[in-house]
Design a protein around this ligand. Sequence first.
Ligand SMILES: [Zn+2]
Length: 166
Amino acid sequence: MRLDAVRALRVVVGLGAGVAVTGVEDRRGGPLVVGVELAVRPCCGGCGGRVHGHGASTVGLADLRAFGRAVRLGWRKRRWLCPEESCAVRTFTGQDPAVAPPRARMTSRAARHATRRAGLGRAISEIAAELGAGWHTVMAAVHRWDVMDLSGPYRKTFTDALPRAR
Ligand SMILES: [Zn+2]
């Protein structure tokens, strides 16, 4: 059997075909850092035309634990420029809510996990420690995903378990 390392990584990281794994950083004593970027070049949302690369910045996102370790995604978010002069869109950043919503500090799957845990009565501080994330990061994710994602059976328990603001 030949090992296709990139495919193996994609399966282990489990982020779907639209996401490319660009590297893994194993810092001793720290979280496992997995570098990702979107694999597909988008079209302009204004005119539908081709766009050019216009720089990138990397955001760190707390992710689900893997193999007993905290994991962070280093999402290299590319910026794109529409060259069409008559187009209202000048530049935009590539987004994929399946990975994380804009401005989130945590992946969507980690945020859903945190929200379910909170709904079952786990303390935010415990969830934060589990994921290697800050208390405010977890609280913000739980607020966001409670509204977006959990209208079902978790709703009542979550509301009961919601800690007072501190
Ligand atoms: Zn355009």
